[in-house]
Design a protein around this ligand. Structure first.
Ligand SMILES: Cc1cc2nc3c(=O)[nH]c(=O)nc-3n(C[C@H](O)[C@H](O)[C@H](O)COP(=O)(O)OP(=O)(O)OC[C@H]3O[C@@H](n4cnc5c(N)ncnc54)[C@H](O)[C@@H]3O)c2cc1C
Length: 465
């Protein structure tokens, strides 16, 4: 009460749009390494950040999982000066604020919008933001405010997500997954180049879809994605929303000089509508002349089909573990397809669903996500995904030698394990400590409330010899 301020600092500091610093080789400029934007933590972080960047330079790649600070989490549009001006004021102010589990940043939004944005907003969508995309997290009931009330226990969307999950498990749900990053790899050498980059066999029949990891030399995950073979020399890669720059950089630097293979980011060209649930076929059949029976359109295949007035790729894949199709629709046809699906699905119980339901549905089925369970330090064996590795395919692949060595050394000491909590009340958010016989052995990497199971569910990384 009596002491005075002797010295007052007013010093400029560098803040980033997400409050994490920026490390690594600029994807646009070879040998240009960045270590900047330290958000008032540049002294505290200096030792580790300096070491990590030095290793990145010497090894020409990060030596550990550095994704939260990786320069490739940003794209050119993040350099927009007005957007930065409006956003960074918020991240500075959040420095000592309550870190709510699913906290969203509020400023400089909406930023990137799907063509369905206004329609979803009118239906009660509460939007979150990923890689700048506005994405529906959950849908409020009529009369309910589409605003998340943060808490460490159950939040105000608990019942909304229950409704959405029930629809997907018992009828049908529609997810706007337009934010998916989409990369087109084409050329005479596309198949051989991609087959070295992917751990699974991607030299498959035209019209097949392959789930695969992209591994580094340590056998760890640089990405996991779906490869759609559209033609002998053309592949469409569907990957996570936040991974567009990262994956394009990883693939690009692994295309050998002189190879006839090009990579183009076609994210903006297509919207993605995921129609998921046991009634999805009954709905889609009303809109297409294509044979979408189990025989006519088997799992893990893709084809261009008519949907209402639109022509779009349908990909029979699922991230929720139900019958369904990802409809990859030219952007300007997205609204038409959305309206047609809503009309066709009205009496089949079709419900708009958001990313909170998607997360809980995938966790109930134990599906892994890149940057959460699958990181550059985790191999497919540790992740329980050996089915997505073709160890003996012709020509090998990046990371194969590390996987062969890992296999020879026996049972891994590190594994991704699925957990549920017996008590139906608690929430899990990810990051929780996992104890075995009272001793710490790892942490929950992702978690959600699994309404189908009636309890919290998590995927954790456990290390114990
Ligand atoms: C008032 C204040 C309090 C802080 N408190 C803390 C704290 O308690 N804990 C903490 O961890 N962090 C704190 N920080 C943050 C921390 O000081 C910074 O994050 C850190 O110093 C940044 O290090 P850097 O190497 O990235 O950049 P800098 O230390 O800014 O280094 C950049 C260097 O580049 C030089 N330079 C610029 N342009 C050129 C050019 N064209 N050619 C050649 N050289 C050039 C500059 O002169 C400077 O020496 C504080 C910062 C401020 C301002």
């Amino acid at each position: 009460a009596t002491s005075e301020v002797k010295k007052f600092y007013n010093g400029p500091e560098s803040f980033t749009p997400d409050n994490n610093f920026i490390l690594g080789e600029a994807p646009e400029l070879k040998n240009f390494y960045v270590g900047a934007g330290f958000n008032s933590m540049g002294i505290a972080s200096a030792g580790g950040a300096g070491r990590a960047l030095a290793e990145w330079i010497v090894n020409r790649a990060p030596t550990m999982d550095l994704w939260p600070v990786d320069i490739r989490r940003f794209a050119t549009f993040n350099n927009n000066p007005r957007w930065l001006h409006d956003r960074v004021k918020e991240t500075l102010g959040l420095h000592y604020a309550m870190p709510w589990p699913n906290r969203e940043l509020d400023t400089a939004r909406p930023f990137r919008r799907s063509p369905l944005y206004d329609r979803l907003a009118a239906k009660g969508a509460c939007f979150g933001s990923k890689m700048g995309w506005e994405r529906a997290n959950w849908f409020a009931a009529p009369g309910e405010a589409a605003v998340t009330a943060y808490a460490f226990g159950r939040q105000n969307w608990h019942e909304a997500v229950k409704r959405e999950m029930k629809a997907v498990r018992e009828a049908a749900g529609l997810f706007d997954q337009t934010s998916f990053a989409k990369l087109l790899v084409q050329g005479r050498d596309a198949v051989s180049v991609l087959n070295r980059i992917c751990a699974a066999e991607i030299d498959v029949e035209i019209g097949r879809s392959v789930y695969t990891g992209l591994l580094n030399e340590r056998g760890g995950y640089e990405s996991d994605l779906t490869v759609l073979r559209l033609a002998a020399d053309r592949f469409l890669l569907i990957t996570g929303s936040a991974q567009a720059v990262h994956d394009a950089d990883w693939i690009g630097r692994n295309i050998p000089a002189g190879a006839h293979a090009t990579l183009t980011d076609v994210t903006s060209a297509y919207a993605v509508l995921a129609l998921m649930g046991p009634k999805s076929r009954d709905i889609l059949v009303r809109l297409t002349s294509a044979d979408i029976s189990n025989e006519g359109f088997p799992f893990a295949t893709n084809r261009e089909i008519d949907i209402g007035y639109a022509t779009a790729y349908a990909n029979r894949m699922t991230y929720v573990g139900e019958l369904g199709w990802e409809l990859i629709v030219p952007t300007e046809f997205a609204v038409g397809v959305y309206e047609a699906l809503q009309e066709a699905g009205r009496d089949a119980g079709l419900v708009d669903c958001g990313y909170y339901a998607l997360e809980a549905l995938r966790l109930e089925k134990g599906y892994r996500a890149w940057s959460r369970e699958l990181t550059p330090d985790v191999t497919p064996y540790e992740a329980g995904l050996s089915f997505a590795v073709s160890l003996d395919k012709a020509g090998g692949f990046i990371g194969r030698e590390a996987l062969v060595a890992a296999k020879a050394s026996g049972t891994p000491s590190k594994r991704i394990v699925q957990f549920t909590v017996d008590d139906p009340l608690p929430m899990l958010w990810g990051g929780e400590l996992i104890l075995r016989d009272g001793k710490p052995v790892g942490e929950a990497r992702s978690a959600a409330y699994g309404h189908t199971l009636g309890r919290a569910v998590a995927l954790g990384l456990v290390e114990n010899a």
